[in-house]
Design a protein around this ligand. Structure first.
Ligand code: P5A
Length: 467
């Protein structure tokens, strides 16, 4: 799988009924039923986390050209990626309308209307929408799409810079919890100046190491300072009667996260889904013979009810096909636990449980301890997948003090840590020399030399092959 990761990824999306990329527009795919369920469960996790301290809203999808063009740096960052609506039926529109590539320029003119005094602050809104980017880089299903589905974007406004910095920390905490629930290990770094979000003061990013060693950016958090506040005139009257500009932040994650769930946990047999997002946490597979068929099926239905009563997502696979085929299907789809039940098991009042994450089979008694036992196995499975993924990440971050060694380490599938002075020219030289991207800085140091200059090092930086 590691050797042929791109092919593996492509095949699994199709075989496990996740997405269908044959839709006749490049970069836009159909969410298939099984994939849709994974998407739904993962969306519900982040929604729950955001809902604690943010309110959900929904803005229109179209942005007038005049608004999109107002923030110079921002529009420059997106100008090559915007889809335009220019006609309504046969009638040319008076003003071109952009399909939002992201929603700053849709939301902030409204913030300017809503925010009057310090009493209106902070504002912490988020929306879950589709956004559109005419990506110029190679598109890949889920990973780099042109219709970004389920884009969870949060936008906040604050009275002070300190509050906006605190908000960045809050977002980091929320995203950590989100990725932890998906068992996704992350590297957090502050993006270099040349790679921050267009219009941001600074950008914090979460990256995951994919099985082939390339990193994938799975979430970003931006401190926008007062740039957009100046452009859109978002001011408030403070306690002292003075009119001041707000400080803003925004943060976003997309369905790209699901690409990381699939890739980080999957194996040669197919998906291994963390129970928290698995459409079926438990799949019951009856082993049927002519004799005793009805009894076995009845017991399976009863087990299903018993587990569902505890809130578990359970599938009873009573299709009239060989059990071996069913096992393979559910292995491919990554159901966390399979429960097998045949006439002999029924006689012995047991079921055979098998965890997808590590394959071990154990006997569970068919009594009122069953649901608790199954839940314990689900917990173990969730933790094991997460632990295995974190171990992989630890093994694939390597430190070097030697610029020439970076290539060797990256080509061997690693992300590399090195000491850097922080100077932009030196940073770009390092990128040019190696051909890789500096992800950003994820630590400060007081001693040590920069890997590529005579300057003192100030940071521990990360460099990698990126998607
Ligand atoms: C934050 C939300 C923004 O757009 N505005 C509102 C800010 N940031 S971002 O970095 O440009 O995007 C946020 C995250 O979305 C994912 N992403 C994509 N996923 C799939 N296909 C794409 N073409 C795509 N572009 C961005 C990334 O995970 C990114 O971190």
């Amino acid at each position: 799988m590691v050797e042929n990761f791109d092919e593996w990824f492509h095949d699994i999306l199709e075989n496990a009924n996740i997405t269908d990329s044959r839709y006749p527009i490049k970069g836009m795919a159909v969410w298939m039923p099984y994939g849709f369920q994974i998407r739904k469960h993962s969306m519900n996790i982040i929604k729950k986390l955001l809902d604690k301290d943010h309110e959900e809203v929904l803005f229109p999808m179209l942005v007038p050209e005049t608004e999109l063009a107002k923030e110079g740096i921002h529009v420059k960052g997106f100008e090559d990626e915007v889809y335009w609506v220019t006609q309504g039926g046969q009638t040319p529109l008076n003003e071109k309308l952009a399909l939002r590539p992201t929603s700053e320029t849709a939301i902030y003119p409204m913030y300017a209307l809503w925010i009057r005094t310090h009493m209106d602050l902070p504002i912490k809104y988020y929306q879950i929408v589709n956004t559109f980017r005419y990506e110029t880089k190679h598109t890949r299903p889920l990973i780099r799409v042109r219709e970004i589905t389920t884009f969870k974007e949060a936008h906040t406004a604050h009275a002070t810079k300190e509050e906006s910095d605190d908000q960045i920390q809050d977002f980091i905490k929320i995203y950590k919890e989100f990725f932890d629930d998906l068992g996704i290990p992350y590297l957090i770094s502050k993006r270099p100046e040349w790679d921050k979000f267009p219009g941001a003061d600074y950008t914090m990013a979460f990256d995951v190491i994919m099985p082939n060693g390339k990193t994938l950016q799975i979430g970003t958090i931006h401190n926008l300072g007062q740039t957009f506040a100046k452009t859109f005139d978002i001011t408030f009257e403070d306690k002292d009667g003075e009119h001041k500009l707000v400080y803003q932040t925004c943060a976003g994650v997309s369905d790209r996260v699901i690409a990381s769930v699939i890739s980080v946990h999957g194996d040669d047999k197919g998906l291994r889904l963390p129970p928290k997002v698995s459409p079926n946490q438990v799949t019951i597979i009856p082993i049927l013979f002519k004799k005793g068929k009805e009894e076995v099926l009845a017991k399976c239905s009863q087990i299903k009810q018993q587990l569902e009563a505890k809130g578990l997502r359970v599938e009873l696979d009573d299709r009239d096909i060989r059990p071996g085929k069913k096992f393979n299907d559910w292995e491919l789809k990554g159901t966390a636990i399979k429960l097998e039940l045949g006439p002999r098991d029924l006689e012995n009042n047991i079921t055979i449980a098998m965890r997808r994450d590590e394959g071990e089979k154990i006997e569970l008694p068919l009594d009122d301890t069953l649901a608790d036992n199954v839940m314990e196995l689900l917990d173990k499975s969730q933790n094991n997948l997460s632990q295995t993924a974190w171990n992989f990440k630890k093994e694939h971050v390597k430190f070097t003090e030697n610029l020439d060694e970076i290539t060797e380490l990256v080509e061997a599938g690693n992300v590399v840590e090195f000491y850097w002075c922080g100077d932009e020219t030196i940073g770009k030289e390092i990128e040019e020399k190696t051909g890789y991207d500096i992800l950003g800085i994820h630590g400060e140091i007081c001693e040590g030399k920069c890997i590529a200059s005579d300057n003192d090092a100030r940071y521990i930086a990360l460099i990698a092959k990126t998607y």
